[in-house]
Design a protein around this ligand. Structure first.
Ligand code: ADP
Ligand code: MG
Length: 292
């Protein structure tokens, strides 16, 4: 590899918001077969909104208020959206204590002396909490729309479902199509449910979905693909993604992400646009061709 060609490649990337951290990254880019895309914050803006509230045996405002009190302790985008919705509904005023974050699942805390759980259906299952039919169908309808369903339970009983929507980035579909044109396979990876992931994948034409993947399992999914002979690029943003980014043959961090993800990445995309992902791979291929 001639240093000059590599430097030209790195410089050309930088002028287009593609920061290539090392020469190894350029070399790796040329052999990638599979691009793993994180859903929340990577394919979507991560700016979540409460889209629907279904309460069972409790007022909607009370449900939102209880959930918001618990989420006050969380830094997840879901938490911010629920707090905002509670404010808008003037449903604040509950105090939570003994907060516990449950990464990849949700959160829990005490409110008015009772344990409130807020999180995925998987979290509810772990606690042996069954959903009544009205809440089951609220979850199904959220899943079908690619929304994130968050269940709220008090003292072991499910009280409601809060459905959150997130916007796809404007060029998500185009970026996926371009990756396919380049002969690359695409896989969506998410901590959200399999059906919610599939709804998004269908909209974007993504080849495969791995849903309900816990933060500590993301790297194992990458390894499994590598063991199957694939050369994997991973694009992600969150703290959740840093180990997976480092495990991948090529880690691409989107710049809105956390510092940890940035450190773990080989390439940093300082642009909101997802087209930067295929562009980075094309640039790397061209640079390699010049070198050889
Ligand atoms: P991702 O980064 O793929 O969106 P996470 O691993 O952060 O996923 O979360 C996975 C799932 O866990 C979310 O879709 C949600 O159902 C649940 N979850 C995580 N954190 C929270 C929270 N603070 N409140 C409610 N649900 C949560
Ligand atoms: Mg994420």
């Amino acid at each position: 590899a001639t240093p000059t060609a590599l430097m030209v490649g790195v410089g050309r990337g930088a002028s287009r918001g593609i920061l290539i951290k090392g020469h190894d990254a350029l070399e790796a880019s040329g052999t990638i077969t599979t691009v793993v895309l994180d859903k929340t914050g990577t394919l979507t803006t991560g700016d979540m909104q409460v889209a629907d509230v279904t309460a069972d045996g409790i007022a909607e405002e009370e449900l939102l208020g209880l959930a918001a009190a618990v989420e006050h302790g969380s830094e997840h985008a879901i938490a911010r959206a629920i707090e905002r919705a509670a404010d808008d509904a003037s449903a604040g005023g509950y105090e939570a204590s003994a907060y516990d974050a449950l990464p990849g699942l949700g959160a829990q805390a005490e409110v008015e002396g009772q344990r409130i759980l807020v999180g995925s259906t998987a979290l509810m299952m772990e606690h042996g909490i069954a959903l009544p039919p009205s809440l089951e169908s609220a979850v199904d309808s959220a899943d079908a729309q690619g929304r994130t369903a968050v269940v709220v339970a008090r003292a072991g009983r499910a009280l409601g479902v809060i459905a959150l929507s997130d916007r796809l980035k404007a060029d998500a579909e185009r970026a996926v199509a371009r990756l396919h044109e380049l002969g690359l396979e695409t896989i969506l990876l998410t901590g959200d449910s399999q059906p919610a992931g599939e709804a998004i994948a269908a909209r974007l034409g993504i080849d495969e979905v791995r849903g309900r993947v816990r933060p500590d399992e993301k790297a194992a999914v990458i390894q499994e693909l590598q063991t199957a002979g694939k050369r994997v690029a991973m694009a992600g943003d969150g703290i959740n993604d840093s180990v997976a980014l480092a495990t991948a043959d090529l880690g691409l961090a989107v710049v809105t992400g956390s510092d940890i993800a940035l450190k773990a990445a080989d390439i940093i995309l300082v642009r909101e646009q997802l087209m930067a992902i295929p562009e980075a791979l094309v640039l790397a291929r061209k640079t390699l061709r010049t070198i050889r």
